[in-house]
Design a protein around this ligand. Structure first.
Ligand SMILES: [Zn+2]
Length: 316
């Protein structure tokens, strides 16, 4: 297992303590929608090449920071692709007046299959998310092929696979988060995770809640290892470790918690699985080199299949 450098680990741990201490109380009302395991055969239908084509399409729209033309074009692309597979989408827009760089409007995209729950004040059993935005960097052109693009491609291909089984598709809500990236250098309690914090709040206000959440990020490069969230329930850790071994995904437990879009979801009391590539060892992380050259179909396929196998086997 690759080791996170100690200095980074200490920073991550300090930030993590701050985040996890801010856990809001789980709302009293509401019930979790029971989850049924997905059919085991779905995972084999996941195509890394299909996912890769989606990543390329998104990267071709250019940088995707919040409020950008590239972000809007990506939303339109996602809406069209989801619709083609029988998924209905909704934009969840909100304005935040006090980001670290002033007022900003963010837009998450939520998708549900036409066979699923039509009442959007109620939840599906599962939410699967990843961030769509790319980090706003002015010093060079940053397209975030792996960082933001890869998980988006996997989500679109999962939507296609699930649409072959409406009963399975009906259990899932996909969400593409805006504003995962911090405007300043690193994610802090007041910068970054804008979209997931808003989404987490919104699902906590529903009449019913999901039973489990999955967040994927930076999963497009098979040359590096992957981490799951050490704060995941033990049954999640056991299941994902077992199925990752079957798909060839090099997954391990990191030395400490990693802050990402799953944290606001976990803070509502939702049990979550987070899968993230070992970004600390990616020399191109938040650098000009995060382009299509670093994304490979094998990595996308291993992550997509691991996620679907996890949903076929986990007991939440
Ligand atoms: Zn990033």
């Amino acid at each position: 297992m690759k080791r996170l450098p100690l200095a980074i680990l200490i920073v991550l741990a300090a930030v993590a303590v701050w985040f996890f201490k801010r856990t809001p109380a789980t709302p009293e009302t509401g019930t979790r929608v029971p989850f049924q395991n997905l059919p085991a055969g779905l995972a084999d239908q996941f195509s890394g090449e299909n996912a890769l084509a989606h990543v390329k399409a998104i990267v071709d729209f250019g940088p995707r920071p919040p409020e950008s033309e590239g972000y809007e074009k990506s939303l339109v692309y996602l809406e069209k692709e989801f619709a083609a597979q029988g998924w209905e989408t909704r934009r969840q827009s909100f304005r935040k007046a006090d980001t670290v760089v002033g007022p900003k409007t963010f837009t998450n995209l939520i998708a549900r299959h036409s066979a699923g729950v039509r009442d959007w004040t109620r939840s599906t059993p599962v939410v699967i998310g990843g961030h769509l935005d790319s980090k706003l960097i002015t010093a060079f052109r940053f397209v975030g092929a792996n960082d933001g693009g890869s998980s988006t491609g996997v989500i679109l291909e999962m939507a296609r696979v699930l649409s072959s089984d409406p009963a399975a598709a009906a259990q899932v809500e996909f969400v593409l988060f805006d504003g995962e990236e911090a405007f300043l250098e690193n994610i802090t309690p007041t910068d970054g995770l804008y979209g997931s914090k808003y989404y987490a709040y919104s699902i906590s206000q529903r009449a019913t809640w999901p039973s489990l959440g999955i967040v994927i990020d930076l999963i497009g490069d098979s040359r590096y290892g992957y981490y799951y969230n050490p704060e995941a329930p033990p049954s999640f850790a056991d299941t994902v470790t077992r199925v990752a071994a079957q798909t060839g995904l090099k997954l391990s437990r990191p030395p400490g918690p990693i802050i990402d879009d799953h944290v606001p979801l976990q803070n509502t009391g939702l049990p979550c699985l987070h899968i993230i590539g070992d970004f600390v060892n990616m020399p191109y992380w938040h650098k000009p080199g995060d382009t299509m050259e670093v994304v490979d179909a094998k990595a996308l396929e291993q992550t997509g299949r691991t996620t679907l196998k996890f949903l076929a086997e986990v007991k939440p």
